[in-house]
Ligand binder design. Structure first.
Ligand SMILES: C[S@@+](CC[C@H](N)C(=O)[O-])C[C@H]1O[C@@H](n2cnc3c(N)ncnc32)[C@H](O)[C@@H]1O
Length: 259
């Protein structure tokens, strides 16, 4: 009832278990807690998709995960050995390796958890990556992801100062504006490593490969402010975008392989 009042645009989305207008109360750790509530992770082997510097292992450790395989397209040559040593001291066997989430060098049904944070919005071949996650997961394993900002919301270009510019100006102009902000986040615009998918696209692909057991959605207070203070620009955005797409900032999911 509260959800319908706060966000009428969520009414037709029965898969959503939890909604936070600001994101407070949701996040990667909460998503993992929901996963652990559904299936124990004691002694589990977890793959971290898009492991970056390897920090996610700290979220997995409290749930009893004993083996972590961090995969990324980019190596963190100094950080990975440090993380490996830190985690070994906590009794976690960690490996970080260059590996594409769309093509794991791992056997079928060999891991208990595939986890990712702030990665799915960058995975261009997401259908293939989800099929791969499903392939390497044991039948009773689970896929856990927290991702965003989604491309279609405020700050979806990852340069927060650019607000909704990415939906309103050309690629070249956006890159130019990003470079002027110069906070380092223009890195993502330079790489153009975004799949530009909308909420419904993600749910459709996720449901193709997983039975979704938990979905949480965080709204964007910045998008709400923008709507309230820039009615003309909002009308322009609404000509091409659903209100929900403009409003949903972050998404958390837990699913088991659909076999
Ligand atoms: C925004 S960073 C997040 C890194 C880390 N999860 C964190 O939160 O600090 C996204 C990461 O996903 C990685 N990535 C994108 N597509 C990938 C793929 N197909 N396979 C593996 N890693 C990928 C990128 O290289 C990048 O390190």
């Amino acid at each position: 009832v509260v959800r319908d009042h706060l966000a009428p645009w969520l009414k037709k989305r029965p898969e959503i278990n939890s909604y936070s207008p600001t994101g407070v109360g949701l996040g990667p750790e909460e998503t993992l807690r929901q996963a652990a509530r559904l299936h124990s992770m004691q002694g589990a082997t977890a793959v971290v998709l898009g492991a970056g510097a390897g920090n996610e292992a700290d979220f997995l450790a409290p749930h009893g995960v004993k083996r972590v395989i961090g995969a990324d397209l980019e190596a963190h040559e100094t950080r990975w050995p440090q993380r490996r040593a830190q985690l070994a001291a906590q009794g976690i066997n960690a490996t970080f390796t260059l590996m594409d989430g769309a093509n794991y060098a791992l056997r079928d049904s060999s891991v208990d958890v595939v986890f990712s944070q702030s990665v799915l919005e960058h995975v261009v071949e997401l259908d293939t990556a989800l099929a791969e996650a499903s392939r390497i997961l044991r039948a009773d394993g689970h896929f856990v992801a927290w991702f965003g900002p989604l491309w279609s919301t405020f700050g979806g270009s990852h340069v927060a100062e650019l607000g909704f510019d990415h939906l309103l100006v050309s690629k070249e102009e956006l890159l130019d504006r990003g470079r002027k902000v110069g906070d380092g986040r223009e890195y993502w615009l330079e790489l153009d490593l975004f799949n530009r998918m909308k909420y419904d696209d993600y749910i459709e692909l996720l449901e193709r490969h997983f039975v979704l057991e938990w979905v949480s959605v965080a709204g964007s207070p910045e998008a709400t402010d923008f709507r309230d203070n820039n009615p003309d620009m909002w009308s322009r955005l609404r000509e091409h975008h659903d209100e929900m797409d403009l409003m949903v900032r972050l998404v958390g999911v837990v699913g088991r392989p659909r076999r």
